[in-house]
Design a protein around this ligand. Sequence first.
Ligand SMILES: C[S@@+](CC[C@H](N)C(=O)[O-])C[C@H]1O[C@@H](n2cnc3c(N)ncnc32)[C@H](O)[C@@H]1O
Length: 252
Amino acid sequence: MSAATEPARQPASPPDAAAALAWVDAHRACFGWSTRAWARPWRDFVQAHHGLHVGEALELGAGPRSSLAPLLLGLAERVECSVYDGADLPAVQALNAGLLDAGARARLRYSQHDLRALEGRWDLIAMKSVLGGVFRVHESGLADVHAALARLIERNLKPGGLLVTLDNGRTALAPLLARRGARRNGWRLFGRADLPQADAHYGFGVLGMGSAATRWGVVGARIDDGLYGVDVLLTPLARQHAVHLNVYCRAP
Ligand SMILES: C[S@@+](CC[C@H](N)C(=O)[O-])C[C@H]1O[C@@H](n2cnc3c(N)ncnc32)[C@H](O)[C@@H]1O
């Protein structure tokens, strides 16, 4: 088992900064592909929100290849991992089971939710690569994205709660990829200013727009690692990043 997939133990009390980051590193594999690039802004978020430990967290839009639920277990006592399409549930459950020990699995439950009609309140809600597909460019506008986020913050966060969104950014290279993969179907890539003003923003990467690993296996993973190394250097120089992590806080 690699360091990235080896389950870490959940501490009984709120984790200190080092333990919180160790949890992220131990569960990085849950990002599925380009894991270093996705984990970087998540790590920055965890580091900046040092000591964050809430009661109830929800993941929206978990998928068969990537679910944030293992990461959320490092920040919350109980985690609800939801899918939109019930057919995805067995694969998501199997994916997470492979990354978690029995104690962590006992704090995780599964459900099905549509983010546009979500009922209930949580301390922390997170979603990755969901907004771009729900609000495709030919079907919706940015106002719809903003309204959906405002609804989640007002109706689905407890006072003082956090909404964390991870999305693919629109870098200068985006036009080159416009006809590839999901982007063929109107997938929305976000410029930093497209999303509502966040309470905290962490951006990363310029080159890491896709995943060579999913096409070319081990060789592709090496390419992804190489691109990650270049992206570490390019990130401070770039105005638009390949990954945006935004944090929205509901007033206490
Ligand atoms: C590109 S996949 C991302 C899956 C996973 N989060 C990941 O990062 O791999 C988009 C996900 O959004 C989910 N989704 C689509 N419409 C949704 C909605 N209205 N509410 C919540 N999730 C939705 C899909 O079922 C799918 O799992």
